[in-house]
Write a new protein. Structure first.
Length: 425
């Protein structure tokens, strides 16, 4: 939901932004370049202190002087999004947002892959044709929310809190007002109140990732990496196919000097091969490589493939999903196929000691065993094989098994938090 995600400065994005090298001014004199760099440093300082509207004129000047400085294009885009929130004329606001989107497209073409650029571009690509953000069908609520957003963009946090509070009185279930109240307390450094409102937003709609992610970010800033880890895991459960969540998760891992474990069983074409067929996995956290099955494991995966074939062309799909007119890849199919493969694995291992030894050294078979023994095959399928078809099964599974999804990410994907944590500066 664009309206609930529009304005967060994501974890470590600014570090990446500030570390981006400046592009030299082609054909400029040393004096011109020195002037440019001095202005650039001033703009960076304003931007890093959250004073984006003050930085905007400088950023406009810098972008005009050097349209290939991708970091300045990203900063200008972010400042334009903030200015859009202050515009009373919605046509002018939309113009700012569309221009910001165009600038981010240019920065991307120049090679900028910072989380800020990627996240903001993802959100702006989802703008409606009129470029407007809508918070409510109630005109009064909409008006007050826009007042709050304008105050927030101007860094008048007390005024923003007053506006959001009035909205909550009129519409207690307005997710944006509740979330933005938490975010405003966060910006003020009032972390206890921010936590209270983030938790309130989570309860309002646990299937929106934003409150979990904002809370994870705040907890990381204050040094509580263990609870931050829990919140980013829950953000992934809320919206597993949202790339913003996975960028934040990788950022959390980076500041803790570790890596997210992206697992994939080598039973079928890898995600890269699937992508070439137009079936790119929906999950940004899907693994990008996998060990090939060992020769001795062929009987295991042969059984897996037979079950898949029975579902796709042998009528099994229709038996399980009589209301659906066309075959699709499902969690039920994958689960049956992987469990059938595991049955072959255990039987062969009991009969043949050599096979058992070989299987123990096969990373694919070892992973299959661990998934089966922990009862987490289905979460693995939904996260690592989450193509568009499998993703259709996710809401129902999440409603019934949120605990299993959290257990899977905890045990297989997200490494432990460091025992001693320091605030992120």
């Amino acid at each position: 939901m664009l309206l609930a995600k529009r304005r967060k400065q994501f974890l470590l994005e600014l570090v990446l932004f500030l570390s981006a090298g400046s592009s030299p001014l082609l054909g400029a004199s040393q004096a011109d370049e020195a002037t440019y760099l001095a202005k650039r440093q001033k703009a960076e300082t304003l931007f890093s202190n959250g004073r984006r509207l003050e930085a905007l004129p400088l950023l406009e000047e810098l972008a005009q002087a050097n349209p290939k400085d991708d970091a300045m294009l990203v900063a200008l885009a972010a400042a334009l999004v903030d200015r859009a929130a202050t515009q009373s004329d919605q046509t002018a606001a939309a113009k700012d947002r569309f221009r910001a989107r165009d600038l981010l497209e240019k920065a991307s073409a120049l090679g900028n892959r910072s989380p800020l650029a990627q996240n903001l571009l993802q959100l702006l690509r989802g703008l409606p044709e009129n470029g407007a953000l809508k918070f409510s069908d109630n005109p009064e609520v909409e008006r007050i929310m826009n007042e709050g957003e304008a105050a927030f963009a101007r860094r008048d946090y007390d005024a923003a809190l007053m506006s959001y509070g009035r909205v909550v009185q009129l519409d207690p279930k307005n997710y944006s007002a509740v979330l933005f109240t938490g975010n405003t307390y966060d910006r003020k450094g009032d972390y206890p109140h921010a936590a209270e409102w983030y938790e309130r937003a989570m309860k309002l709609d646990p299937n929106i990732e934003t409150a979990f992610r904002y809370y994870a970010d705040m907890l990381a800033k204050t040094g509580d990496m263990a609870k931050s880890r829990t919140m980013i895991i829950r953000a992934a459960i809320a919206e597993p196919y949202n790339k913003i969540v996975w960028r934040e998760m990788h950022a959390w891992a980076a500041i803790n000097k570790t890596e997210i474990k992206l697992i994939y069983l080598g039973t079928m074409p890898s995600p890269e091969a699937a992508a070439s067929d137009g079936k790119t996995p929906a999950t940004p956290g899907s693994a990008r490589s996998a060990s090939q099955p060992s020769e001795s494991a062929e009987k295991v995966w042969e059984r897996y493939r037979k079950v898949r074939a029975a579902w796709e062309s042998g009528g099994e799909f229709k038996k399980h999903f009589p209301a659906e007119t066309e075959y699709r890849h499902t969690v039920a199919e994958e689960t049956e196929a992987l469990q059938a493969a595991y049955a072959v694995l255990t039987k062969q291992s009991e009969r043949d000691k050599h096979f058992a030894a070989t299987a123990a050294a096969d990373p694919n078979l070892d992973l299959l065993s661990r998934l089966q023994k922990t009862g987490l095959i289905e979460p693995y399928i939904l996260f690592s094989l989450g193509d568009a078809s499998v993703a259709k099964d996710y809401p129902a599974y999440r409603a019934a098994h949120r605990d299993k999804l959290e257990e899977y990410l905890d045990k297989f994907v997200v490494p432990p938090a460091p025992q001693t944590s320091k605030p992120v500066r």
